[in-house]
Design a binder for this molecule. Structure first.
Ligand code: PLP
Length: 369
């Protein structure tokens, strides 16, 4: 402290330095690109060639500001999903959408609930906005609606639900999502993060459009980072009540979506055949890979996403960390999930057939050795 009582250097806001750094999926092995990167749930199919062409066409006009309202992109999202564009907001990845929601609704000390193995971005976004993250226990690595409802207090302002969840791959049926919504006070915002919804085939699943369309406190978020294969461009969106979208738009950075991302997003939406191919591939290789790993004696959490959570035995030499190290010597990178409280599991993205077969083969060798 100086004589004026002020600190000698700038001080980040109270509590900010307590926020853990987000650890992304590993992208390199000893400084080189892995043969099979299965650590971030990226699409093994890359992006649609139409999206790539649209991206390239932007190179002639890099001096121009993009459309700040992402008008065409919102219109095309609206066409594809049957939604009114006025009720859509685009973000630099759904990460930005989640942050904007927190900054819109949380005052210092307000509580926001998420589930035990919920997506790691939630507590970061909540704390960045001054909120207090509250964890609701899960049952069998699956969201427990009763636990969330039991965690609601007078201070609760938001609930985050990834459905399906990352890193577990589990989901809850729409009846449970409705029960959750019905049990929440009307002033609490329910965020339905449907980042993997395109992959889900279950009849009792819904991404959340109907609830977001018909209530005043439900927002559904979506991303172009997964099945659309556009993670590098940072593009996501949400759909919700007009009053919520209007409020968010007041603090949204005015040009938050680059022109290239808008153009590529529009083209990608118009190439739904490309998306279907990725989904069909996942429907084949998700169960195939899960069954093959179970046949090796590993436990795999049933997943409806484009990734699986693999649990390793407690036996010495067979831990998740050791499996990870072994796989890396073979050029395969999966995701460690110790940060999620799952120290003896690895999350594996469903990659190409070749990638899945490679991991299955290497893990067979690892478990034998
Ligand atoms: C990958 C993922 C997202 C997408 O994040 P972006 O910022 O759009 O790349 C959102 N939610 C969950 C649960 C995810 O796993």
């Amino acid at each position: 402290m100086s004589s004026s009582g002020q600190p000698q250097r700038p001080q980040p806001r109270e509590g900010l330095l307590d926020i853990p750094l987000y650890v992304p999926g590993k992208a390199e092995i000893d400084g080189a690109a892995p043969i099979h990167k299965l650590s971030s749930n990226e699409s093994p199919f890359g992006a649609s060639s139409m999206a790539m062409d649209a991206f390239r066409q932007m190179t002639g006009n890099l001096e121009l500001y993009p459309d700040g309202g992402s008008v065409v992109l919102r219109e095309v999202i609206g066409e594809v999903h049957g939604l009114h564009p006025d009720r859509i907001l685009c973000g630099a990845g759904s990460d930005e959408v989640l942050s904007l929601l927190c900054y819109t609704f949380l005052e210092r000390g307000d509580e926001a609930i998420y589930s035990q193995y919920g997506f790691a971005v939630y507590p970061i976004a909540i704390q960045a906005a001054g909120g207090v993250p509250v964890v609701a226990k899960e049952q069998d690595l699956t969201t427990d609606v009763d636990a969330i409802l039991a965690a609601v207090t007078d201070k609760t302002k938001m609930v985050f639900l990834a459905n399906p969840n990352n890193p577990t791959g589990t989901y809850i049926p729409v009846s449970e999502v409705r029960r959750l919504h019905a049990g929440l006070p009307k002033h609490v915002v329910l965020v339905l993060d449907a980042a993997y919804s395109e992959y889900v085939a279950e009849n009792d699943y819904e991404a959340g459009i109907e609830l977001a369309a018909t209530t005043e406190n439900v927002v559904m978020s979506r991303t172009f980072s997964k099945v659309y294969g556009l993670a590098a461009l940072r593009l996501g969106w949400c759909y919700g009540p007009q009053a919520i979208i209007d409020a968010m738009n007041r603090i949204r950075p005015p040009f938050n979506i680059s022109g290239a991302a808008q153009a590529a997003g529009v083209a990608a939406l118009r190439d739904q055949d490309f998306i279907r191919k990725a989904v069909v591939h996942n429907r084949e290789w998700l169960p195939k890979t899960s069954a093959a790993l179970e046949a090796l004696g590993l436990k795999v959490t049933p997943s409806v996403g484009n990734f699986i959570l693999i649990h390793f035995p407690d036996a010495p030499g067979k831990s998740a960390a050791e499996a990870d190290a072994f796989l890396q010597t073979k050029g395969c990178v999966l995701r460690q999930v110790g940060g999620y409280g799952l120290p003896n599991a690895l999350r594996m993205t469903i990659g190409t057939a070749e990638a899945c077969e490679a991991v299955i083969g290497h893990l067979a060798e690892f478990l034998k050795g």
